[in-house]
Structure formats: C-alpha cells, structure tokens
Design a protein around this ligand. Sequence first.
Ligand code: ADP
Length: 532
Amino acid sequence: MRIERTSDWSQYGKGVLVVVLCTVLAWLMFPHFALANLVMVYLLGVVIVAARCGRGPSIVATVLSVAAFDFFFVRPYLTFAVSDAEYLVTFTVMLAVGLVISTLTVRLRQQATVARSREQRVTALYAMSREFASTRGIKKVLCIAVQNISQTFDSQVVILLPNAVGRLQAWGNVTGWWGQEINERSLFAPDSHDQGVAQWVYDHGQLAGQGTDTLAGAKALYLPLIASRGTIGVIGVRPAQPQRFLWPEQLHLLETFASQTALALERVELATEAQRAHVHTETERMRSSLLGSVSHDLRTPLAVNKGTSSSLLKGRATLNPATQDEMLQTIYDEAERMNWLVGNLLDMTRIESGSVQVQKEWQPLEEVVGAALTRLESQLRNHPVTTNLPADLPLLTLDSVLIEQVLINLLENAATYTPAGSPIDLSASAARDAITVAIADRGPGIPSGDEDRIFEKFYRVASADSQRGVGLGLAICRGIVEAHGGRIRAENRPGGGAIFRFTLPLQRTPPLVAPESDAPTDQPMTANNPHH
Ligand code: ADP
C-alpha cells in the first residue's frame, strides 16, 4: 500500500510547471481570445494540480495563476500593476474559484484514496482469515501471519510466544525452520533490548516501540496478540519506511491483523487442548474399565475358589464324595475362567504389539466351524444353532487356531447376550475374492452408534454389565481377522437381533495337496479355551 506524502517538494515543482504550461498556452491564445477564456485555462491547470499533487501545491498553483495572469495579460503588461480596477474583481473571483476547486478536488481524491485503502485492507484481511480458516497446527498459522503481515506492510516480522514460565521467545529463529513458504528476509531477530520491549508489551497488553510514545527507542513496533483469554504473545514489525505506522489508518490495520492472528493461534491451542483432554478421558476410561473388569472377573473366581477350597479342607471328613467332586469341579471351572481372562489379556497385548504370527494353511471352513461348535457345546446347550455352509465353499488359507477363536468369541457372545432358547444362525457365502462368515442371533441387538465401538478394547455396552466380560472378545476378533487381511463388522438384523460378519480373502489357486506348514514361528498365539 503506497503512502501519500503531500509535503514532497517535487509535487510543488509539478504545480509550478503546470502554471508555466498554462501561461504558454494562454500566451498563444492571447491574440485570438477574450481574457475570460485565458482565466479558464488557468482554472483548468488548478484542477489538474489539485487532482495530481494534493492540497499545498494546488493552493500555490492558484496564487501563481492569478499572479501570472496579472503579469502577462493585464495592462500594463509585464508588471503586477493594474490600470483598471475592475480586474481586481476578476482576480478575487479567480482566486476564490481556484481555491474552492482545489479544495473540492483534493477532498474527492482523499475519499477515493480512503475507499481504495479500505478495500485493500478488507481484501488483505479476508485473504488472511481464509487461509487461517483452513489451517491446523501452530507452524502453519505462524507462516500465514508472517507472510501476510510482511507483504501487506512491506515489513520484517517476528512473532514471540511465551514459554512455560511466561518468558517470551522468538518463534522459528532457527534458519530453515519456516521452510520454503517464508522468505527468511521477511523475518528479523530482536536484540536483547527489543526483547525487553516485547516482554513489556506482553506483560502490559499494550503496544510499544518504534513510532509510539512508549519505549520509542526500540528498533521495531511491538503489538500484543490479544485473544479472548488475554495476551497470548507479541508480534514485532519493522517496516521498510520507519514512518509507516505514524499513519493511524495503517496502525489500525496492523492491529486488526494482529488480533486475527491471535484468534487463529488461540483456536489452534484450544483444538490441541481438546485433543489432549479427549486422549486423557479415553485413557482414564480404559484404565477404569480394565481395573473394574479385571478386579471383578479375577476376584469373583478367586473368592469362589477360596471359599470352596476352605470348605473342602474343613469338611473333608464329613462331606460325601459326590459333593466333594462337585466342589473340585467348581474350583477347576473358576480356575479355567481366570486362565481364560488372563490369556485374553495377553493375546490382546500381543495383537497390539504386532507380535502375533499368523500361521496360514489351506483349510476347509467346515472343519474350523465344526471344531468351534464342539468346543462350545455346553454354552450353546440352550440355543438351537443352525449352520448353513454351501457345499462348494472353496478352500481358504487361514490360521485355524486363530479363526476358531474368532468363531468361539462370536458364538459365545451370541449365547451370552441373548435370551435362552433364542436361535443362532451361522452361515457362509463365497464372493469373487472373499468368503463372508455371518453369525446372527435374535437377542437385543447392538445399541445404534455402538456398532463400531464394541470392537474397541474394553468397550462394553452399558446393559451388558450384568454379564461377566472385559470387552476384549470382539477386539481380539478384529485383530485376528485383520491379520488375515479381512474385515469384521456388526449390525442389527431386520426383525431383531445382531449379526456379526467377517470376511476372509480367497486366494486363487489352492494347492492340490495341502502343504504342511513348517514355517518357524516366533510367538504363535494360543487360543484360550476354558471348556477344553
Ligand atoms: P465382553 O463380552 O467381554 O463384554 P466383547 O468385546 O466380546 O466383550 O463384547 C463387547 C460388547 O458388545 C459386549 O459387552 C456386549 O454388550 C456387546 N455384544 C457383543 N455381542 C453381542 C450380541 N451378539 N448381541 C448383543 N450385544 C453384543
């Protein structure tokens, strides 16, 4: 944005030149035209000077025009003396009209300049806020601010933000920090005196430095970055023309840029805080659900075992053998339950750390399904299970131990979370490049919005609290299915109930003879089966 300074001597020079040219023109017209027309030539000159050179030069041009008219064209010629008093009226009117014209023209010009600079200001601000709106990350915001402010004000810029103890530090004063977007010449590093001025600005929330009444000895102008929560930093601006910010319009514009920058920085800070808070609550939630589940699920069997074994010890002589057997069976079952839980926790840790080795072999799906159903015989006692596996299902490459675990977890859930007697359907279908296995029940289904979350670790639907569990079963399923290159998801079934589907990718050419897998495994995952 160009700053206009009417005090330039060259503008006065131009004003004088225009009067000289008018005089030459009037001299040429003089033999042929009446004097009134020559006055018009001078007035035209005054308009031109007012429009191009500003107020001072136009006043000088008006006075000079009257003088030149008198000197050259009013008898007696080539003197300022006037023979006819009626010319005094001409001079007065000419002077008055000249001054009015120059005042009006200058005002018009100023209005145009103000309108133009307002438009430029709005455009520059708009451009910057648009860039801010689509930005995340503090570095990007700082880059945009430095770029826009240094360009709009033809200045070098520094942004200082407080460290943990409230001391200001210049951001990115390491060469290369800003990357290619910023020309390092748009930046400057404040010396220790200026650093002190910036700190003052930060502490007081007022602007100071070059061109202001406060701490004017600084080499730059420093403005506080004021956001809704107070001062969040300071911006230093060192203009190429030191007087630039004496112009209130420019200072005001700079302040608006600073407050836009402050708001953008605050927005980034709030977003980071929200993210941190979110992670914190998630961690807290997981920790408390882990503690809750583990303490509940481990303590209950422990308490049962403790009670049962102590009764056994005390009542060995009196209890009949059948009761003793029953009690021993309870102890065994509870110990298995604990083993299963600890096994699940370990499996999950291994899946998460990526140390699970999938041992893939060519297998027919029916075999894995059969093995899972056999293992769950006692849990599925109260549920009629229908299996629907097409006879022509292609062979699959899978780790049978792990996929059996997936089926066990899904079938167990289908039995646990549904009323006794409700049916469970297990089906499979083959598409071009994957087999889909579906396990459907007629239970309460999954609350809408929880379809994805139930696959998260330790996530349990609130209504499931009455059932034992830690919320790991489905997370383990997802880990295993994804390790096979498949996907798993849950949805509600039309007519009531939940349906869990997972896919297993098909490989094109199954071998004629299924090879024995003898690949060494680092840490094969073992499926836990409490009912084995
Ligand atoms: P857990 O069974 O140990 O709670 P899961 O990861 O196996 O953990 O299951 C997570 C949650 O998903 C369960 O708490 C339950 O609320 C819900 N869920 C799982 N399977 C079903 C189902 N078939 N019908 C309704 N809800 C289910």
